[in-house]
Design a protein around this ligand. Structure first.
Ligand SMILES: C[S@@+](CC[C@H](N)C(=O)[O-])C[C@H]1O[C@@H](n2cnc3c(N)ncnc32)[C@H](O)[C@@H]1O
Length: 219
């Protein structure tokens, strides 16, 4: 979701069903899939947070027929589009979406229920408050299996600095919208939030167009 010189980029709009989010998803889904093919387990359960229109989970699921995928979002208006994409794709390993609001513990999955081998989230932090990291860490602490991991994709600052000029320009562009919680977040702030809940940053994977996949697991 970081800035591109691509002339076909629609205007920035974080609404999950916007042309911009669809465009960004179409651009990043194959590079993410390549990494997931390397790091996903052979079988088990995968939870996506902030699924939006369901473009990623429905694109990935057919590549992992031995895994069961659970989409989620806090915005229940995206549930029908997620189900529609599942029907279009004919995926039998994508469950009905569930409501998880990362700021509302009463919506978080029950640790006595299903545990997840993987939790992933794409392009949330640049349009959410940094304390969302606390919610993700607490959900992970509740429902991640012992050897499970959390994969967080997006553009981030590292140690207070932008990693590239293009990410700095992208950050300026979203900050110009003057929505208080928008803007690139710092990997170290995510790490601090995770550490409070027994979750640790294990790996930073460089992705195209100056994005990252941050991999967290139990400390
Ligand atoms: C920019 S969209 C990205 C959607 C999708 N992951 C993608 O990459 O296409 C951000 C998503 O985060 C969701 N979201 C924002 N705040 C959230 C929260 N507190 N809890 C759960 N989801 C949230 C929004 O509803 C939206 O679907």
């Amino acid at each position: 979701m970081s800035i591109s010189l691509s002339p076909d980029r629609p205007p920035i709009d974080p609404y999950p069903l916007s042309p911009y989010v669809t465009w960004a998803g179409n651009r990043n889904r194959d590079p993410i899939l390549q990494v997931f093919k390397e790091i996903f387990p052979k079988s088990g359960h995968v939870l996506e947070l902030a699924s939006g229109g369901g473009g990623h989970i429905n694109y990935f699921a057919p590549h992992f027929p031995q895994l069961q995928f659970q989409p989620s979002d806090y915005d229940v208006d995206v549930f029908e589009p997620i189900k529609q994409k599942r029907a279009d794709q004919g995926s039998s390993n994508v469950a009905d979406p569930i409501k998880i609001d990362l700021t509302a513990p009463e919506t978080w999955p029950d640790p006595k229920g299903r545990l997840y081998d993987v939790i992933f989230v794409v392009n949330l932090f640049q349009v959410a408050p940094v304390n969302i990291a606390d919610g993700i860490a607490q959900v992970a602490a509740r429902v991640l299996t012992k050897d499970g991991f959390v994969a967080i994709y997006g553009p981030f600052k590292v140690d207070g600095k932008h990693t590239t000029e293009s990410n700095e320009a992208f950050d300026k562009e979203i900050l110009a919208a003057k929505v208080p919680e928008w803007g690139l977040k710092d990997v170290r702030d995510l790490e601090k939030a995770a550490n409070k809940h027994g979750i640790a940053l294990k790996k930073i994977i460089d992705m195209p167009v100056n994005n990252f996949i941050l991999v967290f697991g139990r400390a």
